[in-house]
Design a protein around this ligand. Structure first.
Ligand code: NAP
Ligand code: GLV
Length: 321
């Protein structure tokens, strides 16, 4: 009987069915926090499958602790930067992820951040809650427009393209930079290809939508930030380490850029003492890009489907390696 370790309780019908399946020996890490690394090393010993989240570091030590019978690491996320995919591949372990179902939900959150930063939504709500709203004023909480302006999308994958589609409704000029040019999709979405430095220099809003890996780590460093327009707003829903956070803080302090909307930070959770949390022109969210109830259930369903397929020697619906 296959043994499986799941690093957190998951939503969705397929997970409920897996839980009830007498042909699986399932251990689920209880509570709302990820297993500490020592517990993870202990719990994976002898398992055939691991179902994990972005909060779990699945590295060589975990694979070694699991043992040679481990066949699948099934991650409930599209990004797999917390998994040593190369080490899994070298050991013949399949890695699954959950692309597609979260694309529109995450693109919606990009727009929530664009609109909230541009129109000072969080700052305005806090102003009202503090009891500071005394009258209407000609410049009270005046922000910047979103419609008719220029959006630069860094990473024209599934989410980047979904962001571009939304920009059409706002009458925006859309620029994109992607490792692989996508002329057909770009033509459909009215997006123009730019070099990264050109995109940064021309965009009123810059949305980061690349995967995190060694090539994209600190893609947005001090030099890149210096190329942005002084009123430009940086939106990051991809991964925190794509931005050099100390350089971002400096750029915001110096007024090199106009603001930031961050669903992800270099270290998660963000340090409550981070200067980012004290800046009115910055919004930080707790990595909720795909967090709608429906989407999270679909992601869990795919993670379970990937697990079951691998353990049945079938092709995974979504395999990374
Ligand atoms: P995707 O369709 O696979 O797109 C990945 C993008 O990253 C593509 O543009 C790809 O370029 C680019 N990329 C990958 N490796 C690169 C490299 N070495 N150099 C330059 N570009 C590279 O994935 P997606 O569904 O759009 O998701 C994108 C990322 O968003 C995920 O990896 C994840 O980190 C993040 N995400 C975050 C949330 C959240 O909750 N905040 C939710 C979902 C996803 P090519 O087209 O050239 O391959
Ligand atoms: C979430 O961050 C994901 O990569 O799915």
């Amino acid at each position: 009987m296959p043994r499986v370790f799941v690093t957190r309780e998951l939503p969705g019908d397929l997970f409920a069915a897996l839980r009830a399946d007498v042909d699986f020996e399932l251990e689920i890490w209880p509570g709302d926090f990820p297993p500490p690394q020592d517990d993870l090393l202990e719990r994976v010993r002898g398992v055939d499958g691991i179902v994990c989240l972005i909060t779990d570091r699945i590295d060589e030590a975990v694979l070694e602790a699991a043992g040679p019978q481990l066949r699948v690491v099934s991650q409930m996320a599209v990004g797999v930067d917390n998994v040593d995919v190369a080490a899994c591949t070298a050991r013949g372990i399949a890695v699954g992820n959950t692309p597609g179902v979260l694309t529109e939900t995450t693109a919606d959150l990009v727009w929530a951040l664009i609109l909230a930063t541009a129109r000072r939504v969080v700052e305005s709500a806090a102003f009202v809650e503090r009891g500071d709203w005394r009258t209407w004023g000609p410049l009270l909480m005046a922000g910047v427009d979103v419609h008719d302006r220029t959006l630069g999308i860094v990473g024209f994958g599934a989410i980047g393209q979904a962001v571009a589609r939304r920009a059409q409704g706002f009458g925006m000029r859309t620029l994109y930079w992607n490792r692989t040019p996508r002329p057909e999709r770009a033509a459909e979405l009215g997006a123009q290809l730019r070099r990264l430095d050109q995109l940064l220099a021309e965009s009123d809003f810059v949305s980061l939508n690349v995967a995190l890996n060694e090539e994209t780590r600190h893609l947005i460093d001090a030099e890149a930030l210096a190329k942005m327009l002084p009123h430009a707003i940086l939106i990051n829903t991809a991964r925190g380490p794509i931005v050099e956070e100390s350089a971002l803080i400096e750029a915001l302090r110096a007024g090199t850029i106009g603001g930031a909307g961050l669903d992800v930070t270099e270290v998660e959770p963000v340090d409550p003492a981070s200067p980012l949390l004290r800046m009115d022109n910055v919004i930080v969210l707790p990595h909720i890009g795909s967090a709608s109830l429906a989407t999270r259930a679909k992601m869990a369903d795919i993670a379970v489907a990937n697990l079951r397929a691998a353990l049945a020697d079938q092709p995974l619906p979504h395999r990374v390696n």
